[in-house]
Ligand binder design. Structure first.
Ligand code: PNS
Length: 161
């Protein structure tokens, strides 16, 4: 049976930390779907279409990874993709509480779907999309934190106001 994992998130925008987790997951599963959530509570900087396109460009070199947008419950989406595993990155203890709550809630909603946590390389543990957006917005250099395409898109988005 083909082992498919879903790596869900807002990806607003995708960072080098996300890419590190994706690469690790791609080495463990036959296929990884990077699932960009449409209905994120926070108003995203990039539209779903833009977040999907930026993630697609970032994972282009990884053979067994695809990118998709999704709406509705993650566990329903995982079922539709015939995936039994959801991958989430854990950077620090501060991530743990929310991730633990979400994983257990998802298990209650759909016991067939397991959540696993992967740690990005330590040099990426302080990167977050929120900080990247803030630094870019304030004119800082984000080239060490995001792929080149994302850096360019941030510049364009900010220039457009
Ligand atoms: O990158 P984020 O913002 O931490 O990702 C959170 C995300 C998109 C994985 C989470 O909000 C989610 O799964 N949303 C889909 C809706 C859903 O299933 N909600 C119930 C979660 S228990």
């Amino acid at each position: 049976m083909r082992r498919v994992a879903i790596y869900p998130g807002s990806f607003d925008p995708i960072t080098n930390g996300h890419l590190d987790v994706i690469t690790r997951a791609a080495g463990m599963f036959d296929h990884v779907v990077v699932a960009v959530a449409h209905n994120v509570e926070k108003l995203p900087l990039f539209t779903t279409k833009e977040r999907v396109a930026l993630a697609q460009a970032a994972v282009k070199g990884i053979r067994n990874v695809s990118v998709d947008g999704f709406e509705g419950l993650l566990v329903d989406y995982a079922q539709r993709q015939q995936a039994r595993v959801v991958v989430r990155g854990l950077r620090a203890v501060s991530d743990f509480e929310f991730e633990f709550q979400m994983a257990l809630m998802n298990r209650r909603l759909q016991p067939k779907v397991e959540t696993i946590f992967l740690m990005p390389k330590d040099e990426y543990t302080f990167i977050s999309s929120r900080l990247v957006r803030e630094i870019a917005w304030l004119g800082g250099d984000v080239s060490n934190f995001v792929p080149a395409g994302v850096q360019k898109a941030l510049k364009q988005k900010i220039a457009a106001g």
